[in-house]
Design a protein around this ligand. Structure first.
Ligand code: DLL
Length: 438
């Protein structure tokens, strides 16, 4: 019998990452009190607190946070561009912007200290998946208003790794760069990791021709099946690495709020900077560890724009068991999707990630797919467009079979449409997997 290889867990700041829960709570309380005091200097927050008859000094225990009001995306947008800022404009050294689907973007200001904190958090995040100063990180997240590019860039530099700021897209150039420069880590969305991997395969480049051993992927939901596909395409396991999930949102800093560690059993949420709560999305009532609901985050070290009880819209749960890596920061399960991405089809709720889960279990299907929701008739119709892997011929009854499987697993009738290999869209940044026809 071969025993599984023992993982040597890496840390950036072991002391902080393994603080006892009591020590973590003491630190959180102290930081939360000053974050509330800081937020209270902002007119809008001050008014919100007053309306509830609260002042920052009313927070004596961590549990008191639940008495404070939620902050929503609408709060940021109605105070566009910088109405929620808690520092003087002269103290801002950078703005990022996160575009919603409609209208104005959310504007996120940073002080010099916010940039430093973020870089340190990202260095910690990268180290948690096994990246070291020896690594060559090819950063294929978009640079610019999106936080992915600069977030990974500063973090990798703070770790002492070598960064190639190659940005999103230009797949042929990305491949040449990784071959020539001996890239050992790629950072990009999971959908781009698939696209890049498929392109390598199509060019006849084998995993052993490359030194890439780690992929750090986030900015969009992805399933365990996609992880397995990425790891297989890139041959990560054979090189002692893997494909790891990283979570973040511009409002909190960008990437670096939570990451998987080498154990790949949930994402550690850095609780010395962010306090998580899980609530029932409709009622706002708190949920217990293990129960799935909306993630609410309070940033306790952000200077330029602290956010108190911010409703992220992301659906997850806090995992109650300790992690084998020894980190004490709470773990959350991978994000199932955003509450407002949930599809309600003829009364059945379904997340696109649940459909992805079913599709990606079929080895004969390529990783590209498109979910089409047709709302033109009173009866909403759901169809799923898929394509075979290159060089695979699907059996004649495949379509009917897939429709049956989807119906059984989702409890929902839906049509499967088979496209030609390579016909469906590929993505360089965040994938758009759902098309609405209204
Ligand atoms: O996507 C920050 C980021 C960049 C995270 C690179 C990871 C890697 P935003 O553009 O503001 O920021 O989008 C944030 O993306 O609320 C989630 O809905 C989604 N999201 C981010 N990471 C994940 C993930 C960046 N690992 C929004 N799994 C969030 C699922 C994710 N969804």
């Amino acid at each position: 019998m071969t025993l599984p290889k023992k993982v040597e867990y890496r840390y950036f700041d072991r002391e902080v990452e393994t603080l006892s829960v009591e020590e973590l709570h003491v630190l959180q309380l102290e930081r939360l009190q000053s974050a509330l005091a800081r937020a209270d200097q902002n007119e809008c927050y001050h008014r919100k607190f007053q309306e509830q008859g609260l002042s920052p000094t009313d927070l004596r225990y961590l549990e008191d946070l639940q008495r404070f009001p939620f902050t929503t995306k609408e709060d940021i947008l109605t105070n566009y561009p910088t109405g929620l800022m808690a520092c003087a404009p002269v103290d801002v050294v950078r703005y990022h912007m996160s575009s919603g689907t409609t209208g104005k973007p959310k504007v996120i200001p940073y002080t010099p200290q916010d940039i430093k904190t973020w870089a340190q958090l990202m260095a910690r995040t990268l180290a948690a998946v096994g990246i070291t100063a020896e690594d060559v990180v090819q950063n294929c997240y978009g640079y610019g208003l999106f936080t992915g590019g600069l977030g990974f860039h500063y973090g990798a530099e703070a770790l002492g790794a070598t960064v190639i700021p190659s940005g999103a897209g230009s797949t042929e150039r990305q491949i040449q760069t990784m071959l020539d420069m001996g890239t050992t880590v790629i950072t990009c969305t999971p959908s781009y990791a698939i696209h890049l991997g498929e392109t390598l395969q199509a060019r006849g480049i084998q995993p052993q021709d490359l030194r890439v051993r780690i992929g750090h992927h986030g900015a969009e939901p992805w399933t365990e099946q996609i992880r397995q596909r990425i790891e297989a395409l890139w041959g990560f396991a054979g090189k002692g690495g893997g494909a790891y999930d990283i979570y973040g949102l511009s409002e909190m800093c960008g990437p670096g709020v939570a990451t998987e560690c080498q154990a790949q059993e949930g994402l550690h949420l850095w609780a010395d900077h962010f306090i998580p709560e899980i609530i029932e999305p409709q009622s706002g009532e708190p949920l217990r560890p293990g129960e799935r609901g909306e993630l609410v985050l309070t940033s306790i070290t952000r200077e330029a724009m602290p956010l108190i009880r911010y409703r992220t819209g992301d659906i997850t749960s806090i995992l109650p068991e300790p992690c084998p890596c020894g980190r004490t920061h709470p773990r959350m399960e991978r994000i199932a999707g955003r509450a407002d991405d949930m599809l309600i089809i003829r009364g059945v709720n379904v997340f696109p990630s649940q459909i992805e889960h079913v599709l990606m279990e079929r080895a004969e299907l390529a990783s590209a797919y498109l979910i089409v929701v047709d709302r033109r008739q009173a009866m909403v119709e759901l169809s799923v467009q898929v394509e075979p892997q290159v060089g695979t011929t699907l059996s004649e009854d495949f379509q009917a079979h897939l429709e049956r499987v989807l119906q059984t697993k989702l409890g929902l009738r839906c049509t499967a449409e088979i496209k030609q290999a390579g016909e469906l869209p590929r993505f360089e940044g965040k994938a758009k997997r759902v098309q609405m026809i209204e």
